[in-house]
Design a protein around this ligand. Structure first.
Ligand code: FUB
Length: 328
């Protein structure tokens, strides 16, 4: 595959690719990075995205097509700025685009927009999903038709601020209130109603356990959850994968249920060029692929990223073989 591990598009900066196969074609739902000369900070203010462009490929060797603006923040009544990592689900003959943005008070919330086409244009609901907060929604429709949303990210993504169930600015781990021996927060999880626009269950924080059945701790930065959750099912097992943020790994944990508890399984990918790591995993024509981003296109500028893909392989026991992004 000639495009493997190369930037899929170069005319715009793209990140956080959520890949899906609809009717035999590959669709990628990325963030659209905006170049600027401002400074980076730990709250992620440099990620100033305003809209979404959906990419598609007829197959993995075909050109990657930019289908144009699918949704802009100006058309989202409740949002003010920072349209971060989105995902899509297909159900009820409709495509549901889940996306985070800051509301008018500056809190990250998760909204939904709908379309009859996988590439949009999407029309946003008037308000964000009631009870939602933080960033990085990933949807998963199981074989039985039940649909779930995984979401949340630390630091600028504000998940740590909601630890008590309400927003507390003092709880941000960035501000130093870190107890390394405390159980780490996992991503949030809720089942979606049949309308796909609202939560059916009270969102809960997922538990990620180590090999001894103990919760992974805040100080275990090589394994604890940071942001960018993804769910896929392989041989009947549920694989929750995510970014470790500060240590820049993509890792996974498995469970017999989409609601966990999940047990840490290992590393999917070693660090890429750039601070953030964000991915999705999709099956296409009997093989599995990891979609991810790095900063190759901008020579390492964190907020000017490019989406890529590579093949992902499992061992016979279901463990994932770690990918070294710049080695064969
Ligand atoms: O793209 C903005 C943020 O950076 C995403 O929401 C995170 O997952 C990280 O990739």
């Amino acid at each position: 595959m000639s495009q493997e591990r190369k930037p899929l598009v170069t005319h715009i900066f793209t990140a956080d690719p959520s890949a899906h196969v609809f009717d035999g074609k590959i669709y990628i739902y990325p963030s659209h990075d905006i170049p600027h000369e401002g400074e980076d900070n730990d709250s992620g203010d440099e990620y100033r995205m305003e809209d979404y462009h959906i990419l598609s490929m007829d197959n993995l060797d075909a050109p990657c097509v930019d289908n144009g603006e699918a949704l802009h923040v100006r058309d989202v009544k409740w949002a003010s700025k920072q349209m971060w990592a989105p995902d899509v689900a297909f159900k009820n003959d409709t495509y549901y685009l889940y996306f985070p943005a800051r509301d008018k008070e500056g809190l990250f919330r998760i909204g939904v927009a709908t379309s009859k086409s996988p590439v949009g244009p999407f029309k946003a609901e008037d308000d964000y999903i009631k009870g939602s907060y933080s960033i990085d929604p990933a949807s998963f429709v199981d074989e039985d038709g039940r649909a779930y949303l995984y979401y949340g990210g630390l630091w600028g993504g504000q998940l740590d601020n909601w630890k008590k169930g309400y927003y507390d600015p003092k709880d941000c781990q960035l501000e130093g209130s870190i107890n390394p021996d405390e159980a780490a927060q996992g991503p949030m999880f809720a089942e979606l109603n049949d309308d796909m626009l609202s939560f059916k269950t009270e969102p809960k924080n997922l538990v990620i356990l180590d090999e001894n059945g103990d919760s992974i701790k805040v100080g275990d930065e090589d394994r604890r959850y940071f942001e960018g959750p993804w769910m896929h099912k392989y041989n009947g097992k549920y694989y929750l994968s995510y970014s470790t943020g500060t240590t820049h790994y993509l890792v996974y944990a498995t469970s017999d249920s989409p609601a966990g508890p999940f047990t840490y399984g290992g590393r999917i990918m070693e660090p890429v060029l750039g601070w953030t790591t964000h991915h999705s995993i999709v099956e296409y024509q009997g093989k599995w692929y990891l979609f991810y981003h790095d900063c190759e296109l901008s020579n390492g500028i964190n907020h000017r990223r490019c989406v890529k893909f590579t093949e992902l392989k499992y061992r016979p026991d279901g463990s994932i073989i770690t990918i070294k992004p710049y080695e064969e």
